[in-house]
Write a protein that binds this ligand. Structure first.
Ligand code: AHG
Ligand code: MN
Ligand code: MN
Length: 340
């Protein structure tokens, strides 16, 4: 008889990983697996559209595609609607909210209400689409706090520490789905020949230190004194502390954070004179990415305290973000508090 060599990871699809993870929880109903599965389907549909982005001017024969210069907005909208439609009927969610919509997104009346809440940034880094640079989608899942019926603002405005899962999808040179539901951060890469996400990055751990910083340094003169001093420090020559650090800034948060997760270092979007709370949105960007990075052993702060402890007061509120290797976040907090 043929000897079958052990090779479990080759067959670890995203679906199997999610359901095996859920089975480990006594009393799990499978609802959670269904949510993540639908999200991965939505992501594949967005990816299909993203890969056509460069062809718009060549193949733009339809009305929709003919509006040149509008593709970024089109893809934002496409991703927003696709994710909503993929998630509105499963019976597992009671409300959604997306970066692209001012108000809560209710579940259509004809579908049952569930016990979870979904928040998402449908397309992150969308200004990079035309340059064929990595973009992504980000999601955050909470358990509802109200008892039944349609979800309300109370269900949505929960601190990030109460997320039950979060993750992101990268549309890059390959497509990846990275998620955490409380048991480590795991990354899957799409094998386009079979249309399946396969486990490629098991139990990602962020290095405790790193020597890469990632920030839009064009805003330097708009930053406060402490942030400027911190960045000046990173650029000084000192072999003992690994300085100067290297600068990497893609301008797609999701891609900058993914690199930070794998290589270590720090990503930040500080307050500046035009944006007193920075630019990034707490509910759709900071919270899910903070959940991922903390679960991988890193840290995320608004400069003074833990991002995940912030009690949100509005759907689209912004918050400064300093996120990455634990030691790097500690260092920037020391600069910001004047301890250095
Ligand atoms: P979005 O495309 O979802 O609006 O997000 C854009 C965000 C984020 O992805 C990125 O890191 C940041 O904006 C870039 O801002 P700057 O151009 O100010 O650097
Ligand atoms: Mn975004
Ligand atoms: Mn967006």
């Amino acid at each position: 008889m043929t000897t079958i060599p052990p090779s479990p990871s080759k067959f670890m699809t995203l679906e199997r990983h999610i359901s095996e993870g859920e089975r480990a929880h006594p009393g799990a109903t499978g609802e959670f697996s269904a949510i993540l599965h639908s999200l991965s389907l939505a992501a594949k549909l967005v990816w299909r559209e993203v890969t056509k982005a460069g062809l718009v001017n060549i193949l733009g024969k339809t009305d929709r595609m003919n509006i040149s210069g509008d593709i970024v907005k089109k893809l934002d909208e496409f991703a927003d609607i696709t994710i909503y439609r993929a998630m509105d009927h499963g019976g597992h969610l009671c409300v959604m909210a997306s970066e692209e919509n001012e108000d809560l997104l209710q579940i259509p009346e004809e579908h049952p209400q569930g016990k979870y809440v979904l928040l998402y940034d449908p397309l992150d880094g969308s200004s990079n689409i035309d340059a064929n640079v990595t973009i992504g989608s980000i999601f955050s899942i909470f358990r509802r706090v109200t008892a039944s019926g349609a979800g309300t603002m109370e269900d949505v405005l929960q601190p990030g520490s109460r997320q039950v899962a979060a993750g992101y999808v990268l549309y890059g040179s390959s497509m990846m789905f990275v998620y955490c539901s409380g048991h480590g951060v795991h990354g899957f890469t799409l094998d386009p020949t079979v249309g399946e996400f396969l486990l490629s990055h098991e139990n990602i751990r962020i290095p405790d230190r790193g020597s890469i910083y990632s920030v839009n340094e064009g805003n330097y003169r708009r930053w406060g004194e402490q942030v400027r001093r911190y960045v000046d420090y990173l650029k000084e020559e000192d072999r003992a502390t690994g300085r100067p650090y290297s600068l990497r800034y893609i301008g797609s948060l999701v891609a900058d954070v993914h690199r930070t997760l794998l290589y270590g270092g720090i990503y930040f979007y500080p307050p500046d004179s035009r944006n007193p709370n920075g630019k990034l949105r707490l509910m759709y960007e900071n919270n899910p990415l903070a959940f991922i990075v903390e679960s991988a052993g890193g840290a995320a702060s608004d400069g003074h305290g833990r991002t995940l402890d912030i009690q949100p007061t509005a759907l689209h509120e912004r918050s400064p973000l300093f996120l990455g290797s634990r030691e790097e976040v500690k260092l920037v907090e020391e600069f910001l508090s004047g301890r250095r």
